[in-house]
Design a protein around this ligand. Sequence first.
Ligand code: DX5
Ligand code: ZN
Length: 223
Amino acid sequence: MEYKLSPSILASDFTQLGKQIEEVAENGADYLHIDVMDGVFVPSISFGMPLIKSIRKCTDIFFDVHLMIENPERYLDAFAGCGADGITIHMESVADAGTALRRIKSLGLRAGVAISPETPVETLTAVEDIADMVLVMTVKPGFGGQSYIESSTKKIIKARRLCDDSGRRIDIEVDGGITRENIGKVLSAGANVIVMGSSVFGGDVAENTAYFRKVLDEYSQKG
Ligand code: DX5
Ligand code: ZN
């Protein structure tokens, strides 16, 4: 299994964004997690296409775009056009997740589906033949800096089982409240793409990224 580190720029210092992207990329990040919020699906508003288009110019790193927006189907082509490499939509935000995921794949991107804390893992059976990645939200979507919801661990275990049983390679991403203290727990539960906002961008960005890279490398060597 490949273990990916995906720092979330929501927690970055926007006055230093280009420099901080370089720092995470140089210190072992695989992806850059980009949280798009519309103020409707979630209470807050973050950023959108112009920002993504702008930072696309300064890096080749994989853009892991997490759409926390209503009816994301309206914007899939636009996000592909501005440089997304993977797009994750929320199960709760679409009438037909399968169609949206197929559209993402037809644009040549990796297709992810997210479930919020209140959404049961079983809903994923509808898309296990299509999704490249499942995102188990480990906090309520909408804000960085929240604490990990403990009941998420069981959901990650269940999601890993469901994904493995599908016979396809499906990544499991976790997002929200991941720290130095609980990263081991989500890895053992079966997550392999780890999003981190505050834990990477709070403090020394290079040192934090290198630390988590080492944790993932050591974990993957253990088998
Ligand atoms: C929350 C976002 C997260 C957030 C994670 O809705 O999806 O990606 O940036 O931030 P931390 O790691 O600080 O919880
Ligand atoms: Zn996110």
